[in-house]
Design a protein around this ligand. Structure first.
Ligand SMILES: O=c1nc[nH]c2c1ncn2[C@H]1C[C@H](O)[C@@H](COP(=O)(O)OP(=O)(O)OP(=O)(O)O)O1
Ligand SMILES: [Mg+2]
Length: 203
């Protein structure tokens, strides 16, 4: 059993990551176990830069393997905004409700067939030996005109998966992980991590 710190302050992410790793011999520690560690400053220009910055920050402070997630929503009609600024779209420390309201206002005049968007997730894993691994996932969808569903977090109630005819907030965690950017990135990370362990095992 190895212990991994899930280096995120977002409880929705912790739940999804813990559910995805539940079948593996991995103990997931959330950041509430490390209350003294200062928050990482997310000043990167890309999801990858921010994911690496967060994983490195928490690995240095905990001395343990850390898995960080940087993710966000790219809306085509907004030229990819809010993108890396998704969490701060309605200002520093904005609530999910405020960000969703701002998104609906920005898209008020955009017709249904132009409301395409995608979630992106980059995961970064950093361990005390200095290993740095990254993995990505994306999920295509469209932005509704009003929220639907009570599950998930963030922009989930506005994000429709046309194939499933459900928003991400109308899915169970398992259903969401099966299709989401984060679920995809977690499966890619599991493959990458398994290869890394295989290549670095002692003969
Ligand atoms: O599955 C998702 N369902 C809905 N919304 C999502 C999802 N994935 C990311 N998002 C949105 C929420 C937030 O506005 C931003 C993430 O910002 P991001 O900085 O990566 O996360 P965060 O600040 O909440 O926690 P932390 O940095 O501690 O991991 O994208
Ligand atoms: Mg953040």
């Amino acid at each position: 059993m190895i212990s991994i710190v899930v280096a995120t302050g977002n409880k929705g992410k912790v739940k999804e990551i813990a559910a995805a790793l539940a079948a593996l011999p991995v103990e997931v520690l959330a950041l509430d176990k490390f209350p003294a560690i200062p928050e990482a400053e997310e000043n990167g220009d890309t999801f990858a830069a921010n994911a690496v910055l967060k994983a490195t920050h928490y690995a240095l402070h905990t001395g343990m393997p850390c898995l960080a997630d940087d993710s966000g929503l790219e809306v085509d009609a907004l030229n990819g905004a809010p993108g890396v600024y998704s969490a701060r779209y309605a200002g520093p420390g904005a609530t999910d409700e405020a960000c969703n309201a701002k998104l609906l206002a920005a898209l008020a005049d955009v017709p249904q067939n132009e409301r395409t968007a995608r979630f992106r997730c980059v995961l970064a894993y950093v361990d005390p030996d200095g290993a740095l691994l990254t993995a990505e996932g994306t999920c295509e969808g469209t932005i509704l005109r009003e929220p639907r569903g009570t599950g998930g977090f963030g922009y989930d109630p506005l994000f429709l998966l046309p194939g499933a005819a459900k928003t991400m907030a109308e899915m169970t965690i398992e259903e969401k992980n099966a299709v989401s950017h984060r679920g995809q990135a977690l499966r890619n990370m599991a493959t990458t991590l398994a290869r890394y362990i295989h290549e670095n095992r002692r003969a």
